[in-house]
Design a protein around this ligand. Structure first.
Ligand code: SAH
Ligand code: SF4
Length: 389
């Protein structure tokens, strides 16, 4: 198995070399694209001329209504329902536990095939509800300020496991529309951010297929403008994000010199600041209405000086951008401290005066370790705690 420990981690995308036991049993329909669903139905003998209609029917039941039993699909003949139930399943990952923070943030620990665990976080706000989803178990990258980056175990999530996180939170929020009633207009789950565990661009196809399902107008129907993918800077995949998914892009920038960024975001050694900025300048969707978000974690005495702020605005000049300042979320044993509040405000001010929106992200769910960069599965934490005792 590849050693992905913090000290010796190679920068690698090679997570598929880690053996993965696939569950036996019927094909799970959750996570299949429309084309793959069509193929699956053709395989069990659904006649060619019915395929489109059947795909539409199943799609609406699964993704618009949230139905989990073929028996409930009342516009299908009973014999067909039985046939489907014999061949297929409609399954979501299992919720192992749910914690609710004093500020209303909900953190779900979710078990996926093979017994691995990932975390999913729901953040309610006055005008929206954002779901932060994971794309991998752990992360092959080892950003030195990120708790997920210290987790050894890594595998890519399947499209079903990615969209499954959205569906199981809709279950918990009771947000599937009831048959015959109008669709819920004010959504509790209105936005998705791919900012949980993992580097989404190292699991591109699966993330893409899952987000296509989330955006499909006949199903979960979230606008592409309400989905944000955050990358640490996997340069060769950045353009594909606009071309094949079309969602919003956020980049974990975090430093203004290669020397500091090499330490914070080691993928910088492979694609440095200049290469990353070139890719962002060429980003097909960047415009004033679809600005790229630059995420910048505020680490005391590391990247938070006035000089850093000035260098930052110089570096990104010409890119339609907003800068999201994230006060560092501490975790046990973390080698950094959060910048002082006055420092963060001063930094924000310099950026703002240079003409960029520079919101400071309010830390959410800190009491349940649900904030950005704190996610790490419970089994991994327990293992680590045992070792350090
Ligand atoms: N792997 C992707 C997405 C997941 S991380 C990426 O790195 O972009 C989501 C965001 O949280 C990133 O900007 C990441 O740099 C930031 N982050 C990680 N650890 C953090 C911490 N301890 N405090 C604050 N932000 C953190
Ligand atoms: Fe992975 Fe993102 Fe954490 Fe870096 S910040 S280790 S890329 S999850």
């Amino acid at each position: 198995m590849t050693d992905t420990s913090a000290a010796s981690a190679p920068i690698t995308q090679d997570v598929l070399t880690i053996p993965r036991k696939l569950p036996e049993g019927p094909v799970n329909l959750v996570g299949l694209t429309r084309d793959k669903l069509r193929d699956a139905l053709a395989e069990i003998g659904v006649p060619e001329k019915q395929l489109k209609m059947r795909v539409n029917q199943l799609w609406a039941w699964i993704y618009e209504r949230g139905v989990r039993s073929f028996d409930d699909m009342t516009n299908l003949a009973k014999t067909f329902r039985a046939e489907l139930a014999g061949q297929f399943a409609i399954e979501l990952p299992e919720v192992v536990s749910k914690q609710v923070s004093a500020d209303g943030t909900r953190k779900y620990l979710v078990k996926i095939a093979g017994g691995h665990e990932v975390e999913t976080v729901y953040i309610p706000e006055s005008d929206r509800g954002t779901l932060c989803i994971s794309s991998q178990v752990g992360c092959t990258l080892t950003c030195s300020f990120c708790h997920t980056g210290t987790q050894k175990l890594v595998r890519n999530l399947t499209p079903g496991e990615i969209i499954g996180q959205v569906m199981l939170v809709r279950d918990d929020l009771g947000e599937w529309p009831e048959p015959g009633k109008p669709k819920n207009e004010a959504r509790l789950l209105s936005n998705i951010v791919l900012m949980g565990m993992g580097e989404p661009l190292y699991n591109f196809e699966n993330v893409r297929d899952a987000m296509k399902i989330a955006m499909d107008p006949e199903g979960i129907s979230l606008s592409r403008r309400r989905i944000t993918l955050s990358t640490s800077g996997v340069v060769p995949e950045i353009a594909r994000c606009a071309e094949e998914i079309g969602c919003q892009l956020a980049v974990s920038f975090h430093a203004t010199t290669d020397e500091v960024r090499d330490r914070l975001v080691p993928i910088n050694k492979k694609w440095n600041i200049e290469t990353l900025l070139d890719a962002l300048r060429a980003y097909p969707k960047a415009s004033n209405s679809e600005r790229i978000t630059f995420e910048y974690v505020m680490l005391k005495d590391v990247n938070d000086s006035d000089e850093d702020a000035r260098r930052l605005v110089k570096l990104i000049s010409g890119i339609p951008a907003k800068i999201n300042l994230i006060p560092f979320n501490e975790w046990p044993g973390a080698p950094y401290e959060r910048s002082d509040w006055e420092r963060i405000e001063r930094f924000a001010d310099i950026v703002y005066k240079a003409g960029y929106s520079s919101p400071i992200r309010t830390p959410r769910g800190e009491d349940i370790m649900a904030a950005c960069g704190q996610l790490k599965s419970a089994t991994e934490r327990a293992r680590r705690e045992r070792v350090s005792l």
